[in-house]
Ligand binder design. Sequence first.
Ligand code: GLC
Length: 802
Amino acid sequence: MTVLCSFLISVLAAADFQTVGAIKSHRVQDDRVEFAAENALLNIYLISSDMVRFRYTQRSEFSEAPSYAVVASPGSFRDFTLVEEEQYFEIRTADLMVRIRKNPCRIAIYDRNSRAINEDDESFGVCFDCDEVRCFKKLLDDEQFYGLGEKTGALDKRGNQYTMWNSDKPGYSDREDPLYVSVPFFIGVREHKAYGIFFDNSYRSCFNMGASNRRFYWFGADKGELDYYFLYGPQIQDVISSYTALTGRMELPPLWALGYQQSKWSYYPESTVRALAQEFRERKIPCDVIYLDIHYMDGYRVFTWDKERFPDPGRILSDLNAQGFKVVPIIDPGVKADDGYFVAQEGLAGGYFARYPDGEVYQGEVWPSWAYFPDFSRPETREWWGEKLSAFVNQGVSGFWNDMNEPAVWGQAVPDIVEFCGGVSHKKIHNVYGLLMAQATFDGLRRHFPQRRPFILTRAGFAGTQRYAAVWTGDNIAREDHLRLACVMCQGMGLSGLPFVGADVGGFIGNPSQRLYTRWVQLGAFTPFFRGHSATGQQDKEPWAFGEEVERRVRDAISLRYRLLPFWYAEFYRAAQTGLPVMRPMFLNYQQDENCYSRDAQFQFMLGEDLLVAPVLGEHDDFKKVYLPGGKWLDFWTGEVREGGHWTVEEAPIDRIPLFVKEGGIIPMQEVAQFVGEKTARELSLVVFPTASGRYSLYEDDGVSCDYRSGVYSLTDFTVAQDGQSLSFKVERRHQGYQPQREHYLLKFFDISALSEVQLDGVPLAAAAEEPPAAPGYFFDARHHAVVVKVPCADTLEIIIK
Ligand code: GLC
């Protein structure tokens, strides 16, 4: 046996395969403990009591290169102890114990009750194979994995292997990997307890979550350091909050970006765009944004307009703005290699493009034919790009759509030797190219228009992209499997720190049936980013293109989105604050409920805490299997109260999808508007599903400026409390930096079977004869067990229902 082992070891050594080896020395330095082992250096940084960074290198020192993903400044956390025993070291914080075995060096992490949370594989731990780095972790039988960004397949990534290499995959399959975005972060869940691992390495990397073996899972990269952060939960929500504290959070987008958006490759000429805008308004289908795809440009030259198709861009943009439309043009990174074109000339003169190591500027082929690629890793390039964008904003565009920024080129293989940032190879920059382009766009807009909230949509991205942009899931297909993918992928991306996500509604490639299109809009209306888009050469996919019945249903779905905008906006505010997604897998809110992890549960989701959305994802289905977690649930459509804790099959006729309000839920709504800012909402209606106690905090501000950052916003708390005798509902404005122009509240309390009196601040209200009451008062709808109360707005008020 000994002979065999030493033979194996010598074979491994000959194959350049090395593990870390035994620890030789250590020292404590401020916030970290530094270990020197036989074959590598290991630094362990204590970031907080529940976050630890492990960093290994085989070089003589650690790289000084900054992280593209991490924005949290190095902390000053010192609240840990290090103890040395004969066999191991132990680092303890208030929440964690990290045991570092000496020989061979292996990591095991325990919670404060000494329960093992995560351990290196006994034999491998961290390994090196020439440039390649890998970390092997013990795989437990019941361990599930979530996250990893934009990935196809089921929400649970267990049993599969994934690659991080941003890729342009038009018409991808429902198992395709990789796609456009790389987020090397995942959440491990065991016995309903969670931890996260963020592998901060932008080279091509790989995550084997127990594919083809049951011994370990591993992650690793072609090159770079084995540098990962361990984030302890045990709440999944805490893991995501920690991850986004590290890599940044979404800023609050302009409110109009939560409205419906219409795109197509491409709307042109100008008369077509005008007609499109007119149709929306005439047909009373709400819409806030129109996209201009690549045909608006002069020969696909970015920052130009085709003079024949759009002779006077300033005029059409201002006319559309006057109709309440924002216009978002596409901006690809490829700059046409054309001597007479000012962007190419400026880029060459400024040295802003990526180059080969011999100094020649790299050219790849994409829409404009041969093109140069801006080196967004250089601050000078980002600044220059920002100036170009600002000229466009001054003409009247409201945001930017960054596409093809994987970067995509025909042939899909930018040569690896192409250099960025004065010598950093494409191997390292590829996965962060989209992130850096979005950063250039965001920073440019911030710099030139400090009072406006930037809106950016990107296709490619990396960990941290949430700081700059919304993401859509690229070139999907008008097929049922892609409708399901849209539902599941958006949830997976939300778990990966990207809350502002959506898929092309209706499917980019192919022609959906009437039913598929309808179901897609009904789902899209509940995804954070809500845009209809279509490839060139397909049938029309605007809401009226499928006949009158479809148009009516689609109008209803989009209108419901607009009625719910106060709710969406408050949920976006919370996502910006906490990093948690708006569109949440069931288990994120019900972590202890086993049913919420089941395969079927991934086809429904929660919006925030209070709304359960069960989209119909089968083209021909008129029903939906739904899991209602324990507690009572209010059917949003009928007002019927349901007992949860089991699966049910709900009727879902083609005009609606099942929606439920959680017990204690309070859902703010408003009248439909045709676009954000069309009119001042005089009334805020609230759906209230009373329980022993419930609460909702409504966030409001002007929706466009950055004044909210200096306190110009309003936070209003609504609370409901019920005992056997009476129900109390209170309004309290907690933060009053912004004054909504509202006149009254229209409150609809459900699950009320009898009442004798309704009081406002101790004074009885008059009973009204109709719903809604025309004046302050209440209407009791005995048949639906609901009371509708209309009261004037006030900063504080209390309604008692006896
Ligand atoms: C890419 C984009 C798609 C766009 C097309 C033309 O395929 O993913 O959304 O319409 O390019 O610009």
